[in-house]
Design a protein around this ligand. Structure first.
Ligand SMILES: C[S@@+](CC[C@H](N)C(=O)[O-])C[C@H]1O[C@@H](n2cnc3c(N)ncnc32)[C@H](O)[C@@H]1O
Length: 268
């Protein structure tokens, strides 16, 4: 029997690509709360159009608590993005490993901003079915590690580069080369990304890249300057549910917890 919904089984068979459905699901789940932090109703609408096994995903992702992992990380990146676009309303934004994220829509990107969302061809094929490519908002189907796509992106404006939930899946050398290519190509701007605790890359096969702290990134690339470091639980006061807020509040006092997932803001 066919439901007429979008078949995403190609994504589910891949260890890395299925994660974009996971983050979409968690953002959609979170958006249904009247106290939603991200208010990402675009995620909820996109998820509605996809064929997936809800109980299986819920068992795997435990959305009641884990919705806040993506919501709080997203909130930090949204806040930095909004601040950058307030300062540069004609900026270029490049979001790599965008998955089915709807940041440009939920932040209502300023009219003059050029926004590029890049992900692997199989992902972009699905993304194109769910989100419209409009004036000033384009999708690029490529591996971020490929050489040629970057040449097509103009480098005449301040540029914001966002990589949410991407770097842990890349090889260390690929991240290093990518950062070099980006900082060689663009004149000035900011780079936002998140990273996982180093122990996770030792114990969880799918995670590869990690580093000790942001200064390690600076020492490997002479154009990047670390400006801010933000543990995933920074925005814990925004959690409405008292029990879960308390969990994140207490956890936030401990370095080992804060370091589980950290977002970084660099300038170049
Ligand atoms: C955890 S998901 C995050 C998706 C999105 N940023 C979000 O927060 O919902 C990781 C994303 O990285 C993408 N990805 C992994 N390797 C990639 C590569 N070499 N080039 C481009 N995208 C890649 C995957 O396809 C997936 O969409």
């Amino acid at each position: 029997m066919t439901t007429g919904k979008l078949d995403v089984s190609t994504l589910l068979s891949d260890d890395v690509m299925w994660t974009l459905l996971g983050t979409l699901y968690l953002r959609a789940y979170e958006s249904r709360s009247p106290h939603s932090i991200l208010r990402d109703h675009y995620a909820a609408e996109a998820l509605e159009r996809i064929e997936y096994d809800e109980p299986a995903l819920a068992r795997r992702l435990r959305p009641k608590t884990n919705q806040f992992l993506v919501a709080l990380r997203g909130k930090q990146l949204d806040t930095w993005t909004t601040a950058f676009l307030d300062r540069h309303p004609d900026a270029t934004v490049l979001q790599v490993g965008c998955g089915l994220d709807s940041r440009a829509l939920r932040l209502q990107k300023p009219k003059n901003v050029r926004w590029y969302d890049l992900d692997l061809p199989d992902v972009i094929a699905i993304r194109r079915r769910l989100f419209e490519e409009r004036d000033g908002h384009w999708m690029i189907a490529a591996s971020v590690t490929d050489d040629d796509w970057l040449r097509a992106i103009p480098n005449d404006r301040p540029t914001l580069i966002i990589a949410e939930g991407l770097f842990p899946y890349l090889q260390t050398d690929d991240v290093r080369k990518l950062l070099q290519r980006l900082s060689d190509h663009f004149g000035t701007g900011e780079l936002l990304f998140d990273s996982l605790a180093q122990w996770m890359t030792r114990f969880i096969k799918v995670f590869v890249f990690s580093f000790r702290d942001g200064h390690e990134i600076e020492s490997g690339n002479n154009r990047l300057r670390l400006q801010e470091t933000s543990p995933f639980s920074t925005f814990w006061p925004l959690i409405h549910s008292p029990g879960i807020r308390r969990l994140y509040q207490v956890g936030h006092k401990f370095k080992a917890w804060r370091n589980l997932m950290v977002s970084y803001r660099f300038t170049f």
